[in-house]
Design a binder for this molecule. Sequence first.
Ligand code: URA
Ligand code: SF4
Length: 187
Amino acid sequence: MKVSWAQLYNDIGECEKCRLCETRTNVVVGEGDPHARLMFIGEGPGQEEDRQGRPFVGRSGELLTRMIQAIGMERTEVYICNVVKCRPPKNRNPEPDEAAACLNYLRGQVALVRPKVVVLLGKVACQYTLNEQVFITRDHGVWRERKGVWFMPTFHPSALLRDPAKKRDAWEDFKKIRDKLKELSEA
Ligand code: URA
Ligand code: SF4
């Protein structure tokens, strides 16, 4: 049975399905248009996200926001969330069992939002969402269709902050995203 937003917020709010619940300040469910055509999936909350209970509000978030604006959209028009809803200590990658425990919430979010296009930010988001080993340098910008939804792996904004030379490739990916949305609205 399909979950409701209220149910989802309730379940995540009191979730203790993995050890990340022990160290979180706030859960970070996600935010944006609940019926967005475009959805972004990151890895997990960082320090600022954990503090505010909102996704992508730190340095990476500022860059993501600018990239969304660069394709003519606003944060409020897209939906933004993460694979795990609680911050991994010291921003380590989520462990497989943590991602597995949390993945049903993400499935619920995708089922409720019903996006046309899903952008996977970084290797970790790809690995758990597509259930496939992805190498961002090789596989970024390459579409994968799953049940009528278009998924694209691209760079995590924190990787772009570490290595600005990658921004050129990321911009090519974002232009493909913009074009795909246009194509799908014309179809
Ligand atoms: N990095 C992520 O993967 N997600 C966030 O929400 C913030 C930083
Ligand atoms: Fe629950 Fe996900 Fe938080 Fe783990 S990360 S406690 S599964 S909400």
